[in-house]
Write a protein that binds this ligand. Sequence first.
Ligand code: ING
Length: 312
Amino acid sequence: MSRRLTVGAGQMGPIARDESKSEVVDRLMAMLHEAHDQGVDLLVYPELAMTTFFPRWFVEDPAEFDHYYHREMPDSDTKALFDEASRLGIGFALGYAEIETDDEGVDHRYNTYILMDGEGEMVAKFRKVHIPGHAQYEPWRKFQHAERHYFEPGPDGFGAWRAFGGVVGMAICNDRRWPETYRVLGLQGAELILIGYNTPLHYAPDPTQNALSGFHNHLVMQAGAYQNGAYVVGVAKGGIEEEVDSLAQSVIIAPSGQIIAQAVTTADEVISATIDLDFCDTYKKTLFNFDYYRMPEHYGLVTERTGAIPPS
Ligand code: ING
C-alpha cells in the first residue's frame, strides 16, 4: 500500500509595493491552474504571499501598514482563490500577514500560514514562531528587516495535523533555520513539512554569509527532512523585489534529504513531485527510530536554556 500525494511549490517572483491584492490573487490563481495541470493535490505558496515584504520598511505605527494585513481569511480579496481551489479539489497553504483582535480589543499581528484541504475546509493555521530581524529602526541597514516591529511570535508553537492522508506540519522562513522546529514536528509524527520564505540575499549583520545563502537555505531544510524522516516543501518569494534581491531556489525534499524538485527561475514558477508518505518510515523506523534511539534524559538543556553558557 502506498500513500501517494502530488505536492506543488508555488514559488512567487517579486510583489511590488503598490501591487494590489487582486493582482496578486490573479498570479496565485494562474499558479493554481498550472498546479492543476501538473496533477497537484496540495500547493504551497510562500510566506507573506499576498504582499510585498513590507518589513523592509520601518513605519513608526504598524497600523500604517494595516492594508498589508488580513483580519479574515478568506476575505473579499481572496475568496475567489479559495473557491477555485475547492472547485479543483486542490488543498493549499497560503502565507499572509494576519491581525487578530483579542477579547480585550487588542490587535495582535502575526506572520501566518493557513492550510486548506482539497474540500475547501481549513485544516489549520500556523503563526511564525522564530521572528528574525529587529524591532527598532536601524539606519545603518541598506534596507530594514523589522519583522519584530510588525509581528508577534505565534503563541501556539508548532502543530501537526492529519491531512492529505498523512501528518502535516508547517513552519515559516526563519523557523526553518532552527533544528528544534523540525524535531518538535517530528515528535508529532510529521511526514510532510510546509515552509514558505522571503530571504534577502544580503544579510546585513554579516554580509560574508551572502554567498552562502542558497547553500544555507537547502542545508537546513535537507537536514530537517533527513533527521526527522519527513518530506519538506520549501517555497520562496524571490527575485528583485523593491530593489532587494531575494533568494528563490524553491525545493521539494525527500526524507532521505535528497532534493527531488527545484525551481530554476526567480519568478512565479510551479514545481511538483509525486511523493509516497509511506517512504517516511524508511527513516522513521530505522536510523531515526525516535522511541528506540533518542536519549531525552540528556537533552534537558535544549528546553531549559535559551542562550549558550560555556563552562566557567
Ligand atoms: N527571513 C530570514 C530567514 O531566516 C534573514 C531572515 C534575512 C536571513 C536576511 C538571512 C538574510 O530567511 C525571514 N523572513 O525570516
